[in-house]
Write a protein that binds this ligand. Structure first.
Ligand code: NAP
Length: 306
């Protein structure tokens, strides 16, 4: 594949940055991928496993001469990192990020981006519950969506960033930050909160039932525990920075939960059946769109029904 950027700087060397580096280097999308992380420990690990072409010991060193700088740190840390790196950015460079929230990142990072540098926030909808420099893998973005929020950025810069994500295997969409944050509150942020809650409830219960919850946990609960094992810093920052949309969706969720609770109490089987029929159809839609890695047809274009 053709080289898209001469030098890409990854700031933060965890799951997402590591996966980007491995994918870019596998496919020759950048001549050089450099990386920086705040802790000496992470930088040493990145060097040891050859995660990027070159590990830099300072933020300034990493971003100077980079054509693309990608912030891959927790959402709450993005503003401070942007402020510190801003004086060293190359004119004509593009700054992007991979944060799970877009509105708050734009508010925190945007004011630090100098004239002549394009800022294109991005969010790959791909991840695992693992974190750190050893957790990345080149296939993470394959057949996943990456959302770009181009704002005022130049069309050429947007086209290059789109080509990079497509080169790493992702499908790319563009939307505005508010819409992104609402969509993600529904599809990712609130479900994570529910998983955290359910695992917390079960943990309380375990004290009563002497580990039966773990012993008899079937796939449903085990999936919750996997989601609830996600990085606490990242998810704290997601909720603190996508407050409005998450609270909106949580409000609706609570209303629906009360309706189901009432149906159970009053023995309204029709309500329950109709509700579960509707949700089952949604699940089928996700599988048909090829967006469930656990489904047998993951990654395949669905056959047309005759
Ligand atoms: P990660 O594996 O935990 O790595 C985070 C990196 O950020 C580490 O290199 C860490 O440095 C650095 N960092 C942490 N706190 C920092 C601070 N206060 N200042 C400067 N650097 C700091 O995280 P990740 O999963 O790659 O997530 C990175 C970003 O991608 C987040 O914004 C997250 O919202 C977004 N994202 C995550 C997922 C997912 O499923 N994980 C999916 C899509 C988007 P040290 O190692 O030196 O501490």
């Amino acid at each position: 594949m053709a080289v898209i950027y001469d030098r890409v700087a990854l700031i933060g060397l965890g799951l997402i940055a590591g996966s980007m580096s491995l994918a870019m280097r596998r496919d020759g999308l950048a001549k050089e991928v450099v990386g920086y992380a705040r802790s000496a420990e992470t930088r040493a690990t990145a060097r040891e496993i050859g995660l990027v072409d070159r590990v830099c010991d300072s933020l300034a060193d990493a971003v100077k001469d980079a054509d693309l700088v990608v912030l891959a740190v927790p959402v709450g840390a993005m503003g401070a990192v942007a402020e510190e790196m801003a004086p060293f950015l190359k004119p004509g460079a593009t700054v992007s990020d991979v944060g799970s929230v877009k509105g708050a990142v734009i508010v925190a990072v945007g004011p630090h981006i100098p004239e002549g540098v394009d800022f294109i926030p991005a969010h790959p909808l791909a991840g695992t519950e693992h974190s750190g420099p050893r957790s990345g893998f080149a296939e993470l973005f394959e057949n996943r969506w990456t959302i770009l929020v181009p704002g005022e950025a130049g069309p050429e810069a947007v086209a290059k960033l789109r080509a990079l994500w497509e080169g790493m295997g992702a499908n790319v969409d563009e939307m505005d930050a508010d819409h992104h944050d609402l969509v993600l509150a529904v599809t990712s942020h609130t479900p994570h909160l529910i998983a955290y809650t359910m695992v917390g409830v079960a943990d309380d219960l375990r004290r009563v039932t002497d580990s039966e919850v773990i012993k008899y946990s079937a796939a449903g609960f085990r999936d919750f525990t996997r989601i609830a094992a996600s990085d606490p810093t990242m998810w704290r920052d997601v909720f603190l920075n996508n407050k409005e949309a998450t609270l909106e969706i949580l409000g609706r969720f609570t209303e629906e939960l009360f309706a189901l609770q009432r149906a159970i109490r009053t023995g309204d089987g029709d309500h329950l059946h109709a509700y579960f029929t509707r949700t089952r159809a949604i699940r089928r839609g996700i599988i048909e769109a090829g967006q469930d890695t656990s489904a047998p047809n993951f990654g395949r274009v669905p056959e047309k029904k005759s």
